[in-house]
Design a protein around this ligand. Structure first.
Ligand code: SAM
Length: 244
């Protein structure tokens, strides 16, 4: 059964926007992202892409990470993240949040980490090559992706284009390529994700077992996308373990 991780960190129910449609959903996401990958975090240096209110940075530290760096484009969300981690007594030497566009930050900062979290972000961009190149530059041996993946079983790789309104917290933030209020984004299916990962030296190790998580927690509502495989959680590893 779900451990309800966020019962001990209730501030995240109030400060987060994305995923707060249902508290059980947030807690079950914790099981899929961390519960099934606990072995990755002890002593690890972690990069949290699109760190929002610091929820997953907090979870990484609680799972034994040595340090975490969050990158988030919206300064008000970084304020929440800082306040949340301070509130929960985290050592300020173990966490840092950078305000900025993740593609720019990955290109300009020399971040060296062991594990990258890319949760709820891949479908908010079309700049996949910059993103994956930046992830590879960190030298991470593992990447955890939590993302939408329509037509997951379709063997043909494709990316469905979207025009995303950028004003709402939780959506794509306008970047240097944005004209007006909409950001051009794309949603790759699983075949496209695998293809892109392969180009940057990563491969899917396994998918989190959402069918089992949902079967074990029948009271949890708010996960229809995970239930039908329209959203998935992937554990990926650096296939040659020599990223530079
Ligand atoms: C759907 S939320 C995901 C939050 C969290 N990672 C999760 O999975 O629950 C997307 C987050 O990405 C942030 N974001 C959007 N565009 C960004 C960009 N170009 N660089 C960094 N963060 C961005 C948003 O501000 C928001 O906090």
């Amino acid at each position: 059964m779900a451990s309800y991780f966020f019962r001990d960190y209730r501030r995240f129910y109030a400060t987060g926007e994305a995923g707060i449609r249902s508290k059980p959903r947030l807690n079950l996401r914790y099981e899929a992202i961390f519960g099934e990958n606990k072995d990755l975090f002890e002593g690890a240096r972690v990069l949290d892409i699109a760190s929002h209110d610091g929820r997953w940075s907090m979870a990484a530290l609680a799972c034994g990470a040595k340090s975490v760096v969050g990158v988030e484009a919206r300064p008000e969300m970084v304020d929440h993240a800082m306040a949340n981690l301070e509130h929960y007594g985290q050592d300020p030497d173990r966490f840092r949040f950078i305000v900025g566009d993740v593609h720019e930050v990955l290109g300009s900062e020399d971040l060296e980490v062991d594990v990258v979290l890319c949760l709820g972000f891949l479908y908010h961009t079309l700049r996949f090559n910059e993103l994956l190149h930046g992830i590879r530059r960190t030298g991470a041996h593992h990447l955890i992706l939590d993302t939408q993946a329509r037509r997951m079983l379709d063997p043909e790789p494709y990316v469905r284009l979207h025009r995303e309104a950028s004003q709402r917290i939780g959506t794509a933030k306008a970047d240097v390529y944005t004209v007006g209020a909409s950001v051009l984004t794309g949603r790759p299916n699983l075949a496209a994700i695998e293809l892109m990962l392969g180009c940057y030296g990563y491969e899917v190790e396994r998918l989190s077992d959402w069918p089992r998580l949902l079967a074990d927690n029948p009271d949890v509502s708010g996960c229809p996308d995970y239930a039908v495989g329209r959203r998935i959680t992937l554990r990926c590893r650096n296939a040659d373990d020599s990223a530079a």
